[in-house]
Each structure stands twice: as C-alpha cells, then as structure tokens.
Design a protein around this ligand. Structure first.
Ligand code: NAD
Length: 355
C-alpha cells in the first residue's frame, strides 16, 4: 500500500496501479459494487457525449491479431488505452486481450495515473453491456444466454446480475471446459446456471443473448432461426474488421444500437451492412434523444466494440478510488529538473552524484 501522508501526484510522481493493486481495489470494494460504480461513471460520461473528442481507435493489424490505441478527452482530463486482441494467444497460455492505460491532466499534459487495464477492460465492457441492456432489454428480464465462456464471461454475468437483475444463466462454449470454469467461478454468485450443449439450446427461454466468443473470422455464432421476437442481443465478440458473430439476417431484423458509429462501421457486426444502414447511438437513448425499446416484439441489438469514452470512465473511476484505498505505487516517470529548461543539467548532476 502506498503512503498517503502526501497527496497523490506530489513531487511529479505518477500513481501506478499494478495488476496486484487492481485486484486489491476490486476485492476491497467488491466486484459487483465496482461494476455498479463503473456503470454510474459510464452513464455520466455517455450523457455528456458531445463534450468528448472522438475518433475511431487507431488499429495496427497483423495475421494473428490487432494492437490498438484508444484516446479521448473531455477537455479537463485526457485518457488513452493500449489494448490488443489475439484470439490464438490462449493456446500458448496467454490472454486474448491485455491492456494498460493512462489518465492525464489536460492543462499541464502531465499523466496523473498509469494503470493495468486487462482486468479493468473486462469490468468496463461488462458494465457497458449491462448499462445498454438496462435501456434495451425486455422489462423484467431474468434469463441470459451466454455463448462464449472465456475471460470476459464471469464479468458479463455479474454485471447483468448487479445492474439488470438477471438471475439465470444458460451457458455454452465450444470448449466445454471453459463453461465448467465459468460455472465454478460463479458458484457463489447466487446465479442459477445451466450448462448447454449447443447455441440453440442456450438461447431457449432467454430474454437476453450475450455472444462473447473470440475468433478472427466472419463467424456465425447465431443464425436467424435461433433469435426469437422480443430478445435483446448483447454482441461483444465482433469487434474487428473481418471478425463478426451474427448472421446478417439477424441484423436486418433488429434495431441496432452502437457506441460510436464511425468506429462500429469498421469493427462491429454492422460491417456486414451498407455504410448508410440506420443505427442509433446508445448515448442518444440515454439522453432521450431517440427511442430504445418501443415494444415487446422488437429485437434490440447492442453491437458492442468497446469505445475510448468507456475506458475514460473506467480510468476516472479507478483514479477516484486511489486516495480511498491507497492501492498504488508512485512511479518516477517524469523528469523534473529544478530549472525546467535545464534538462541536460539533471544528467550532469546525476553523474556527479554517482562519482
Ligand atoms: P477468450 O479467448 O478468453 O474467450 C473466448 C471464448 O469463446 C473461448 O472460451 C472459446 O472457446 C469460445 N468460442 C470461440 N468460438 C466459439 C463458438 N463458435 N461458439 C461458442 N464458443 C466459442 O476471449 P475473451 O477475452 O473472453 O473475449 C471474448 C471476445 O470479446 C473477443 O472476441 C474479444 O475481442 C471481445 N471483447 C470485446 C470487447 C468490447 O468492448 N466489445 C471488450 C473485450 C473483449
């Protein structure tokens, strides 16, 4: 635990939240409380959407995956996340998605926090999904199907429980050991869980369908015949050019809600549709600018790809927990000569001190 006798950021030290610190913060606050807290920060930022700098994330693609930078600013703080997506990594014992991020002060340009974001991304993705569902799912939804039971899955399940009141989960993964792990990890969550042997069986009776698979291809996790009237689809895994989960016919039957249209056209399920196909942005539903669910026959689809403002909200949330929890280390990562222009002199003085 860092010493808290000085305010964070004094002496140009930058608070760093390691993976270990992040886990301590989450355990101290409680996973479901963190998800609810993140949802509040997300709602606050989605409601002031116009204020933010927005750009589709900057992606560097390779045969095996993608590395992306996700920047944004509200004019007061600036944040960015570095994130990768490498579906084959798990075969070598590595994560599909890893991330870290920085929050900075716009007035000075100085970073005010550096943090792990692999765990934080899973939390913010889940909180964003549940926030979208709160506005779009059929009223009183209790059962969610979850197809793909990898790293993101427990977070998704707990967010839907804490934020949407989901009580029942129907789980399917092509790798049945993934489902077993997910069920074991959630055994004390209070969720009722059923392990299913196909996508078709998983979606039976579910009001919400979450697809959260990883495969770098145009996959068809759900076909049109599997999706009944009135369901809400939370599609998480199609988040890259050439990487989708839903059959195009499902999109044509759904009302589609996205985070930031220019990015989702490149990366989301809607890359399968024409560039001018009508979609609505989630923030517009939240501010009442457009309607969300209007009837109980409507299929609503949250075509999630993950947008920079969600990471910004997550960075703000974690920054605000630092003083309370003390779980961070101060990093000496900013050169701070006494005379700001005498940067070289710093090296000379260091040399003297060494000799
Ligand atoms: P993961 O590799 O840990 O888990 C993916 C799971 O999907 C695996 O268990 C795999 O067996 C399963 N799977 C693959 N193909 C399947 C199929 N056809 N049917 C059923 N199951 C199948 O990956 P993860 O970290 O859980 O991420 C899942 C997806 O979510 C990835 O595509 C990732 O890029 C995406 N993601 C999206 C966001 C967002 O904001 N939208 C954020 C984080 C991750």
């Amino acid at each position: 635990m860092a010493m808290l006798d000085k305010p964070i950021n004094e002496l140009n030290l930058v608070p760093f939240v390691s993976v270990d610190d992040m886990m301590k913060i989450i355990l101290e606050i409680g996973v479901e409380n963190v998800l609810v807290g993140l949802c509040e920060y997300l709602e606050e930022d989605f409601r002031r959407w116009d204020l933010f700098d927005k750009t589709p994330r900057i992606a560097s693609h390779s045969n095996e995956g993608v590395i992306e930078l996700m920047p944004t600013s509200d004019g007061h703080d600036y944040g960015f996340k570095y994130v990768n997506g490498h579906p084959k990594n798990t075969k070598d014992g590595l994560q599909t998605v890893t991330a870290f991020g920085v929050l900075a002060d716009v007035d000075t340009g100085y970073p005010v926090m550096l943090t792990e974001m692999t765990i934080l991304t899973a939390l913010r993705t889940a909180a964003t999904s549940a926030m979208a569902a709160k506005y779009l799912m059929p009223k009183g939804s209790k059962t969610m199907a979850m197809i793909g039971n990898g790293a993101q899955s427990e977070f998704q399940a707990l967010a839907f429980k804490a934020i949407c009141g989901i009580t029942d989960l129907r789980l399917y993964d092509i790798d049945s050991s993934a489902t077993d792990r997910c069920i074991k990890n959630l055994s004390n969550s209070g969720l009722k869980m059923v392990k299913c042997d196909s996508e078709q069986s998983a979606v039976e009776g579910a009001e919400i369908i979450t697809t959260v698979t990883a495969d770098k291809q145009y996959a068809t996790i759900l076909t049109d015949n599997m999706v009944g009237a009135g369901v809400h689809i939370n599609a998480i895994g199609g988040d890259c050019p050439g990487k989708t989960e839903l059959h195009k016919d499902i999109l044509l039957r759904s009302d589609i809600f996205v985070e930031y249209t220019p990015q989702t056209r490149i990366e989301g399920e809607i890359q399968q549709l024409d560039d001018d196909y009508p979609v609505k942005e989630l923030w517009q539903v939240m501010t009442g600018e457009v309607e969300g669910r209007t009837n109980d026959k409507q299929i609503t689809l949250f075509d999630s790809v993950g947008f920079a403002i969600e990471d910004f909200s997550a960075l703000r949330y974690i920054r605000d927990q630092l003083q309370k929890t003390g779980h961070f280390t101060n990093l000496d990562m900013l050169a701070d000569p006494d005379d700001p222009r005498d940067l070289y002199g710093m090296i000379l003085r260091a040399e003297k001190n060494l000799s």
